[in-house]
Ligand binder design. Structure first.
Ligand code: OXD
Ligand code: MN
Length: 591
């Protein structure tokens, strides 16, 4: 293979900074993967799980202070603050390189630097992007083998082209005070130092496929989104695809792998999973929106994963899966809260300490065996519902886009935007209530436009404008919807059963796309007539469905006020079209 001059000189430059004992190029072979696995097991970085019960599965524990993405230590590094916008932490590139450079300096002494060429999207697809990650962590290499396509085939595809993302990761001392996740979009560069947690260090995922890619997408005229993609196959074999954006911890993985509920089975639907976290979408020559999932694996939350919530995920993670921060049982298998198995009598918790059910922490709360953000990294192709289109260079055409959040009140189960521009307003103002798994006051509403708040790599006002402009490029734009599976009654009980039953709502959405059902026009958009949501096979009070679809003007008055307060934080940069949508919404209510 011809040596890529720029790539080699960049690797050399980084090695000069970090001073590893050696540099190893990852060729993508199974032999190399196995030998790295062996090394990591020998040093204790990784534990081999029970190979009879869980073939190919591994366990890793992160440092105790390194268990989630650190948004406060994540920066967009552009020449001006305005380019990063009011929703991002900002640092000038020069300062970023200097500060992180001091932490990287000599940090790989006694370690190996691995060079991982990877492709986001099928290797060679016109819609894929290439990155090269340098890392001193075997855990990262093994995860990248699952999450992305890696190795020589990627280098061959890169040839002598310069357009690859330069990703440098180093664990350094894993000290939270010396941790930084830096994106320098103008240099097509990511620097991540001081962390070993997936979201901070698998640089192809949030860093490249969302933050850097969203910046590139704006320049190149496409969309990089925090969305799942699923296909619904109808009895006649026709498959329609939906992309959906929900903030973290709203069940995207579960929705992407949905199994039709018994009551709808006789209709013959089948759901195909294309992706559970990221969608890259572009307007094609047919005037439609097409999407690929750039990833090759799932990096999902373990607690709460069980056969009822997500049977397909349970099947997917039976083999060749890396578990992070879950509980280790005495038979060398793993366990987490709200899984399928009862708590074991004893085990080793996510921190590496002996654990028994009923143990309490310093505050007197039950001590968790698995960390609430413990994860599985599993090959997408092992998922029983994986779509063959995952490997197709062209991706899938999108019929509908869903925005959603977790709202106890206000937002009905589902509604449809009047048009693309209105849909962009719905996406720009979407919100979710914090759960116990997130920092901040529980129940507090956090605005999270298009679920991209932590992931948009440039000024969000410009991002809104970009979304509005995409609509003008399409002759057949997808319809836009808003869904809320989490509405509660007055007693605080969830009104909607969720999980597989969500297909009932997806069916209504597709019926709207195909113009086969009418809907009730309301000030917020089109809302289903209760009889148009097929409730065959489940006991459901008619009133509950009415309550789920109810729009309370008093609540909406407050909501609309909160929406404009949020939009006003973007000052004069906010596209005027969104202000017009806001005024129109108010007017429709008569406020
Ligand atoms: C994720 C997230 O890990 O959105 O996918 O936080
Ligand atoms: Mn995500």
């Amino acid at each position: 293979m011809i040596k890529h001059k720029k790539l080699h000189s960049w690797v050399k430059e980084c090695a000069k900074l970090c001073k590893p004992d050696k540099v190893v190029w990852i060729d993508g072979s199974e032999d190399m993967r196995k030998s790295l696995e062996k090394q990591a097991i020998a040093t204790g970085e990784i534990i081999r799980l029970n190979q009879k019960k869980m073939p190919g599965c591994l366990l890793h524990r992160t440092a105790l202070n390194d268990v989630a993405r650190t948004e406060n230590l994540t920066f967009i590094c552009t020449p001006t603050r305005k380019e990063a916008g009011p929703t991002n932490n900002w640092m000038p590139p020069k300062e970023a390189y200097k500060k992180a450079g001091e932490i990287f300096a000599g940090s790989m002494k006694g370690r190996t630097m691995y060079v991982i060429p990877f492709s986001m999207g099928p290797v060679g697809s016109a819609f894929s992007k290439i990155g090269v990650e340098l890392t001193d962590s075997i855990y990262v290499v093994l995860n990248m083998y699952i999450m992305t396509r890696v190795g020589d085939k990627v280098l061959e595809c890169l040839g002598d082209k310069d357009d690859f993302t330069k990703c440098l990761h180093g664990k350094a001392e894993l000290d939270i005070k010396r941790r930084m996740i830096l994106h320098i979009p103008q240099d097509n560069t990511i620097w991540s130092v001081g962390s070993g947690y997936g979201g901070n260090v698998l640089l192809g995922k949030k860093c490249l496929s969302l933050r850097i890619a969203s910046y590139q997408a704006q320049k190149e005229g496409w969309l990089a989104e925090h969305m799942l993609i699923l296909g619904i196959e109808q009895p006649n074999g026709h498959i329609e695809y939906i992309a959906a954006a929900f903030p973290s911890a709203c069940g995207k993985t579960n929705l992407a792998m949905l199994i039709p509920p018994d009551g709808l089975k006789k209709k013959g639907y089948k759901v195909w999973t294309v992706g559970d976290d990221i969608a890259w979408m572009r307007v094609d020559s047919d005037g439609c929106l097409w999407a690929i999932n750039p990833e090759w694996g799932f990096f999902g939350v373990a607690p709460g994963t069980n056969k009822k919530a997500n049977f397909n995920a349970v099947e997917t993670i039976k083999r060749n899966t890396i578990f992070t921060n879950v509980l280790l049982r005495p038979d060398n298998t793993v366990w987490w809260e709200d899984g399928d198995d009862p708590a074991p009598k004893e085990g080793i918790d996510w921190r590496g300490f002996p654990w028994r059910p009923g143990m309490l922490d310093d505050d007197g709360s039950p001590l968790k065996g698995a960390h609430p953000n413990s994860r599985f990294t599993a090959p997408a192709l092992q998922c029983p519902s994986i779509s063959y289109r995952l490997e197709q260079h062209h991706g899938v055409p999108i019929s509908a886009i869903i925005f959603g959040g977790r709202r106890a009140h206000v937002a009905p189960l589902v509604y449809e935007a009047f048009n693309w521009r209105h849909g962009v307003y719905i996406g720009a103002t979407m919100a979710s209530e914090r759960t116990a798994a997130q920092y901040g006051k529980q129940g507090e509403v956090r605005r999270d436009p298009m679920a991209m708040l932590p992931f948009c790599g440039y000024n969000m006002s410009k991002y809104f404008k970009h979304w509005l402009d995409r609509g003008k490029k399409m002759t057949k734009p997808p319809k836009i919807f808003h869904a809320n599976w989490f509405r509660q009654d007055k007693k605080g009980n969830f009104l909607w059963p969720g999980y597989g039953e969500n297909l009932r709502v997806l069916e209504w959405i597709l019926n709207r796309c195909n113009e086969s059902v009418k809907a009730r026009k309301t000030p917020i958009g089109y809302v289903p007539y209760p009889e148009d949501i097929d409730m065959t096979g489940i006991k459901f009070e008619k009133n509950a469905l009415k309550e789920l679809l109810d729009i309370d003007p008093a609540q909406w008055k407050q909501e609309i006020k909160a929406q404009i307060e949020f939009l006003e934080t973007f000052n004069e940069d906010l596209p005027k079209e969104l202000l017009k949508e806001h005024a129109a919404l108010k007017k429709r209510f008569g406020f």
